[in-house]
Design a protein around this ligand. Sequence first.
Ligand code: ADP
Ligand code: MG
Length: 698
Amino acid sequence: MTTAQRPGIPDLAQTPLTRFKGVGPRVAERLRALGLVTVQDLLFHLPLRYEDRTRLTPLGSLRPGQEALVAGTIELTDVLYRRRRSLVCRIADGSGHLHLRFFHFTNAQREQLARGRRLRCYGAVRFGPLGLEMAHPEYTLLADGAAPQAEEHLTPVYPATAGVTQTLLRRLVRDALDRHLDHVVEWLPDAALGELRLPSLREALALVHRPPPGTDVGALLSGRAPAQQRLAFEELLAHYLSLKRVRAGMRAQTAPALAGGALVERLRARLPFALTGAQQRVLREIAADMARAQPMQRLVQGDVGSGKTIVAACAALIAVEAGYQAAFMAPTELLAEQHAKNLTEWLDPLGVGVTFLAGRLNAAARTRALIDIAEGRAGVVVGTHALFQDEVRFARLGLVVVDEQHRFGVQQRLRLRAKGGEHGITPHQLIMSATPIPRTLAQSVYADLDVSVIDERPAGRRPIETVVVSAARRPEVVSRVRQACLDGRQAYWVCPLIEESEALDLETATETARALAEALPELEVALVHGRMKSAEKERIMAAFKRGEVHVLVATTVIEVGVDVPNASLMIIENAERLGLSQLHQLRGRVGRGAAQSSCVLLYQPPLSDMARERLAVLRATNDGFEIAARDLEMRGPGELLGTRQTGDAAFHIADIVRDRALLPRVQQIAALLLERYPERVDPIVRRWLGRREEYGSV
Ligand code: ADP
Ligand code: MG
């Protein structure tokens, strides 16, 4: 309950929508599906976009593709039977005419739309068989003699769902504004508001729901109007505060204090390489965290190939040495398998067992693994998110490692954390990411975490040479592959998933593998893809690793983590269709050995300017940080922050990239609130994240 509620003012978070006219139990149920239960929910249900019905457009000046408000007199109404039966109605206004087309219609409607009646309608204009038309426009009949009225405000379009129309939402929001806008509480301190130079919350809400005439439509549609920035600011603040709260909650929990280093020393002595300075520094930071009786919450950012796995392996050894278990979670089975193999190679000689747990294990093997885990015999357990199913019970889980966290998304990450704390102790958490993001962004998105950066590559690595080549020059590329393989090296040929249909993509990859096998009879070509059985995938990857397969044709299953140092050539098809960070990840599969590595980005001509610019970034730099920054500029945050894959549509109105200039102030004001007005934190968080409860709760 809101402790900071002002006396005498109704708490909108406690005022149900059923108080409104026309909201009975059935409507309330449908509104609930949209997350709308209280007046506060409704006022913070923000428009997705706006329609401009403030002007009537003469029919004679309509253009296809335009959305417009028009009015006219019906000249003709008829049912036509071209392919599909439709009701077509021609209206005219003296400047021209327009057809209205309805594929679904009732007899009543047909009679209503009689010759001579006058209509006002709104819709999208397109070319039809009879000229310009609107399909299923919204329309109203005009009373005799009445002049068609344009709207005074831009018309908001809200997120809606079956059974909740725009008309209903607009009416409810209007009622809510009329009756309750004055009850919306401003939680930002006055001083902060003055400095921000943004409108008050009430002004902002009134404006976005009911933009007055003269509003800068362009600014509004791009989300940059001051009112929207005010709301975005508060939303970013709410998210930040909620992550801070998660962090404080974790701090209050107990974790096993895990000290030790003997096993780590033994592992390091056996490695064929020395850890880089950056790896050693990050390992010290991790060890210091794990030695405390509070759960570590550390994110390790490091470019592809910077050597995160060995650092995580050392952390796992610290846990094992102290008598605890470590769980190692990877986003794909392929990667989990590879981790299991690497870890076994490293840890087995030290007498530390590695258990692999994946969906595809047969029942007996799975049962055995589950028992080993439950009885504590399994020291290090590697798997996919299958590790965190209910039936998996750890005897003494001390450390959770999450690899390639950007593939999991925020919600999953937070859920995972909840899973750990079963036996009264919370395990330490180490989160690894290969998509570094700029500092201010990281501080906001990962406000619940401490961040370490591995900013150095293992010695002796040469930068990957990247070229951009038209698919028309494929034969040259094929001979280049031949040469590299005859010189004793290996190549990846990546056919990324791009079609709507997975089956079609697979066909493309299969066809590519076949064509390459035919063109390169002296070489062994194999295909690996996500639909394959795991055992089959593993067999092929193992053969590739042993050098028995020369050319590995793959869909993007190899995107993350796969490590075969002898592979020094990578071909990526349809590179123009992929994100920069994804291309950088893919490219990171080569350049892992001593040989000079190359990456060929094949594109289908013609290349757009945008695509050309993007590919040029990859050619120019091997630095993941820089690429991530450019990717953010060019594509938006979803790809980088993992929200796209997991469907966490995190924000209502804020866009963390567009609005990133707000972030430093968000952090300052959050600090001010936490220190001086802690009672305001909960109402702010609830206002924006109210119904997504798992988000802020530990
Ligand atoms: P990523 O950070 O992308 O997960 P990996 O952990 O897969 O990178 O490491 C890439 C490769 O570099 C592996 O073959 C690993 O054994 C090797 N490696 C890691 N650290 C070093 C080092 N300090 N010197 C040389 N090779 C290293
Ligand atoms: Mg890795």
